[in-house]
Every structure is written in structure tokens, then in C-alpha cells.
Design a protein around this ligand. Structure first.
Ligand SMILES: [Zn+2]
Length: 446
């Protein structure tokens, strides 16, 4: 067993070092951070490859070899971060300051905290193997990607395209879930096992063009407004997947609010009337609503060039996120049927790609759950369908069973700082997360 007190201090100083590399994407500039990771790993005799791409960008793949009795497990995190509104921060976002039990900095929880925990896991495993002389049953592969925050095309997308051989694995552990502390102090670990698929649907209204001085009844902007108004009161039907069924039934066991707890039980009871009662209650909570059905969110609007010219068309961009296995074509047909306004058409302008769900009954899922319960016997561990999109979808399409966690127990208020101001990780949570990842990987690679 590692000496956790000294591990904790090392984790903090490594996370500080990692945060001090400004990897705001765009442009990313991940190469200097990749070099830091390379030197930390090689210093302890772990093999590392830095794959350099164009313009100061790079990715890191490092490996501790096992006996080959089982296929590898990947430990994944991304090195890039989103930008900051510096004026709104009370701490320097790139200094890694520690204050009042928190470590502050852009990326502290997305995703540099996990990157530091993954790095520590590699170092601890290697130190343990060196002193015991033991061998792992499978390779543990550390992967640090670029470009995740900009869609991953130059990150995991590039790796899948150029080095799929390096990603050969049975399992992967990535970001994408959460460890949420709820009312009453209990926590649940949501292990992302599937994700929604993101599509773009464009709604375009057509009408007569003309001079604004002569109002026209078929004005395209009015038409678009009426069409969007009709869509705004529409919700896709509730659909339970195997993952969401397990999510709500296990969450019900620890949920503190009686009305929602009952709704979770009703939802999965297998009775149509109870299911719809339960869904009605849970749909009031935006994050639950989002996993119960396909979601439709208008995000951009366009039309007209001049204040005194009626345009002949106006359009809105909708981000439509479908549950796994749902057809975007059928969603658009249902949306089409809701809109009675003439002159309006719907097009799928970007079609997302499906990825299979990762089995919540696998040995990897159990390893995560066992590691979590060793640290907190009260913790509920639930499979989770995320509404956000991660690099895991690309791995799942390669056949890797990828699971997403956010290993740091946090209240919702701290979790909401992700991509926001004063992003921070509680130090105790950072240490919990490092032990969770080390525990899960030690178990699956034993
Ligand atoms: Zn992230």
C-alpha cells in the first residue's frame, strides 16, 4: 500500500505543475505539458511516446506492460482546457493556488485533476511493481489527449485515425461521470456507460422578400417564430434505456427527497401509469429530463441583413441530442408533424455517430464500484447515460468498453464551476479521486 500522506502532497504539487501549463484551446499548445508528463513518467522507468502534431500540439501514450493474460486497460484524460474570463476569477486561473482546502485553476476538475490522478496511478503502480517484483495481468496504458474541448478531431480523433493499434484495449477509464454529494451528505458515483448522440437540425422558414415599408403576412421571420413557438411546447416521448433504468432504480435507494425517490421507483416499476407519473415528476428536474428523452435545444438564429429589407428566409439551428438507438430521422418526422406553419422545412445538417453502450455488468464496472466502496461503504454506484459527448464514444466505436467518471466527490455548486469561473477541486476530493482510480486500475490489472 502506498504511503497516502506523501502521495497526497505529491498529487497536489503535480496538479499545480499541470495547471501552470496554459493549454487553453484554441489554440491548445499541449506540447510543453506533454513533455512534462513524458519526463515524469520516464524518470521512473515507464515507457512513453509523445506524438507530435502540428503547431505545438502533441499527445502522450505511456504503457506499463503486463503479462498479456488479459487485454489492456486505458487511463484517459485530456490536456487542453477551455478559456477563462480572467476578470471574473478571484484566483489566477493558471497558478494552481491552494486556498481554504481547495486547489484553484482552469482544468482543476476538467480534466487536469483526473490527468494528475491518472499520472499518480501510473507512478504508484510502477513503484509498487518495482518493489514487489509482481507483474500485472494486462497493460495499463496512460493516454493524454489534445483538443478534446474543441471536439477532439486533433485529439482522440487523430489517434483513432493514425494509431488505432496503440488504443487496442478491453476497457478504458475516462472523464464523463460524476461523484455527487447530495443532501444529507451521502454521495453517489455515476459511471458513464453510454452517451447521447449530438445532431444539428436546421429549421428554415421561407416567405416573400420585399421592402419593410409594406408588411407581408408571409414574413419569413414571423413564420420562423411561430414554428419555434410550436416546437417549444413539444417534448419527445419518455424512453428508458437499460442504463437509465438501472440509474434511477439504484439512485432511488439513496435519494433524500421523498417525492423524487417515489418517482424513481415508479418510473422503473414496469407499469405504464406509474411510469408516466414518475416521469412527470422527474421531468421537472432539467438534468433528469435530459436523460429521459431526446432533447431539442435551439442555439443559433439567423435571418435578414438590413433593417428595412424583409428577407426571403430565416433559420434557426437546433442541437438535438438523441438517446442511444434512437433515429434522428424519426425525431425530425415527429417535429415536422408538430409544425403546422407553412413554408417551413427541417433538415438534419449534421448527423452524429452512434456508439454502443459499455456493459454495466463488466469486470471494469465492478472494479470501479469496489474501489469506491472501499473508500466510502455508503456510496451508491450507478451506471449513467451522459447528455454530454466525450472521447469515450470514439473508443466505444473501436470496441473498447469505456467508462466515464469524475472521481472527485463534489456538491453540485462546485461541479458547476466546470468551464466557469474559479474552477477548483476540494483537496480531500482530489485525494479520494486518486485513490479511486488507483484502486480501480489495481483491481482490473491485478
Ligand atoms: Zn473534459
Amino acid at each position: 500500500m502506498p504511503d497516502w500522506e506523501s502521495v497526497n502532497a505529491e498529487t497536489v504539487s503535480r496538479l499545480q505543475a499541470i495547471i501552470r501549463f496554459d493549454t487553453t484551446n484554441p489554440p491548445g499548445n499541449e506540447l510543453p505539458l506533454a513533455r512534462y508528463l513524458e519526463s515524469a513518467l520516464t524518470a521512473e522507468g515507464i515507457e512513453v511516446t509523445v506524438l507530435e502534431m502540428e503547431k505545438n500540439r502533441a499527445q502522450v501514450i505511456s504503457r506499463i506492460r503486463g503479462s498479456g493474460a488479459a487485454r489492456p486497460v486505458i487511463l484517459l484524460a485530456h490536456m487542453d482546457v477551455v478559456g477563462v474570463e480572467r476578470a471574473s476569477w478571484t484566483h489566477d486561473p493558471f497558478a494552481g493556488e491552494v486556498s481554504d482546502g481547495y486547489l484553484y485553476g482552469r482544468g482543476a476538475i476538467d480534466d487536469k485533476g483526473m490527468l494528475a490522478a491518472n499520472l499518480m496511478t501510473m507512478l504508484l503502480l510502477k513503484r509498487e511493481l518495482s518493489s514487489s517484483g509482481a507483474t500485472l495481468s494486462r497493460d495499463v496504458v496512460f493516454v493524454a489527449t489534445a483538443d478534446e474541448e474543441a471536439g477532439g478531431e486533433y485529439g482522440m480523433g487523430w489517434l483513432v485515425q493514425h494509431h488505432p493499434d496503440l488504443l487496442d484495449a478491453e476497457f478504458a477509464l475516462n472523464e464523463g461521470g460524476r461523484t455527487r454529494i447530495i443532501e444529507g451528505g451521502r454521495a453517489y458515483l455515476a459511471v458513464q456507460s453510454a452517451e447521447k448522440v449530438s445532431h444539428i437540425v436546421t429549421v428554415t422558414a421561407h416567405g416573400s422578400a420585399g421592402h419593410a415599408a409594406i408588411p407581408l403576412p408571409d414574413n419569413a421571420i414571423f413564420r420562423l417564430g411561430r414554428a419555434l413557438d410550436q416546437l417549444s411546447s413539444y417534448a419527445e416521448p419518455v424512453m428508458l434505456t437499460e442504463i437509465t433504468r438501472q440509474f434511477f432504480s439504484r439512485l432511488a435507494e439513496i435519494w433524500p427527497k421523498p417525492e423524487e425517490k417515489k418517482a424513481m421507483i415508479d418510473l422503473v416499476a414496469g407499469d405504464a401509469a406509474r411510469m408516466s407519473d414518475g416521469a412527470r415528476v422527474l421531468s421537472r428536474v432539467a438534468v433528469f429530463n435530459a436523460v429521459l428523452r431526446n432533447g431539442i435545444s435551439p442555439t443559433m438564429i439567423e435571418g435578414g441583413k438590413q433593417f428595412n429589407v424583409i428577407p426571403d428566409s430565416a433559420s434557426a439551428v437546433l442541437n438535438v441530442r438523441t438517446l442511444p438507438g434512437q433515429s434522428i430521422g424519426k425525431v425530425v418526422r415527429r417535429m415536422r408533424a408538430i409544425i403546422t406553419e407553412p413554408g417551413v422545412k427541417l433538415d438534419v445538417t449534421y448527423r452524429g455517430e452512434e456508439a454502443p453502450a459499455s456493459d454495466p455488468g463488466s469486470a471494469m464496472f465492478s472494479a470501479i464500484a469496489d474501489a469506491a466502496r472501499e473508500l466510502d461503504p455508503e456510496m451508491a454506484v450507478v451506471p449513467y447515460l451522459s447528455t454530454g459527448v466525450t472521447d469515450s464514444a470514439r473508443l466505444r466505436r473501436l470496441g473498447v468498453k469505456a467508462y466515464g467518471i469524475l472521481p472527485f466527490p463534489m456538491a453540485q455548486s462546485d461541479e458547476e464551476r466546470m468551464h466557469g469561473n474559479d474552477e477548483r477541486v476540494p483537496l480531500d476530493s482530489l485525494h479520494f479521486g486518486t485513490r479511486l482510480i488507483f484502486g480501480a486500475i489495481s483491481r482490473i490489472a491485478r
